[in-house]
Design a protein around this ligand. Sequence first.
Ligand SMILES: N[C@@H](CCC(=O)N[C@@H](CS)C(=O)NCC(=O)O)C(=O)O
Length: 210
Amino acid sequence: MKLYDWSIAPNPRRVRMYLAERGIEVEIVQAGAPDQMDLYDWFLKLNPRRRVPLLELDDGTHIGEAMAICRYFEATQPGSGLFGHDARETGLAEMWEREADHNGIQAGGEHVRNAHPAFKDRALPGYAGATPQIAELAERGRMRYGEFLAHADQQLADREFLAGAHFTVADITAFCAIDFWRKFRLPIPENAGHLQRWFDTVSQRPSTGA
Ligand SMILES: N[C@@H](CCC(=O)N[C@@H](CS)C(=O)NCC(=O)O)C(=O)O
């Protein structure tokens, strides 16, 4: 089994954090260089979806999508609680994980990839052809991302983690989004004190260094 990774990218980090939280060891193969904007040619030939992370099983099966990969490990080695400890927490973890993916990782990406010169003609990940930047999408992405930060701040006002008392995959995805996009001028707002407290707490977890 191999996990194709790209050390600089936020989505593979979601899987690395999940594995580190669980103490699961998998062979990790870099599919792109840390100082390049493109994944390696050999990887793009191997994976027509042209994106990381990608899990390769021993029978050659390829599983993409960060949470699908985490769910594979949760199914083969169940019981971590990272997808929730009971029905209520499972629902909340799922809801906030999706929120953090759609309006965190993807909305931040909608802004940065449509605004930053480094992403000229590369506004969407995973496409071989040119995907031009659209200024209106950059603005909309910033708006969506801002809403996400505000909602997360509100949610964290009276609970330690997004789904409640326990750290879950929702926190993993939200942390990977916020820690990545803050480097592109999308910081945690000064008035989002609950979110900042949560971010500082999660930053202390050893899995963030994975
Ligand atoms: N929804 C996918 C997103 C995967 C994705 O967009 N990965 C980025 C890295 S964070 C990528 O492979 N980008 C390739 C590119 O920019 O061409 C997931 O959860 O894995």
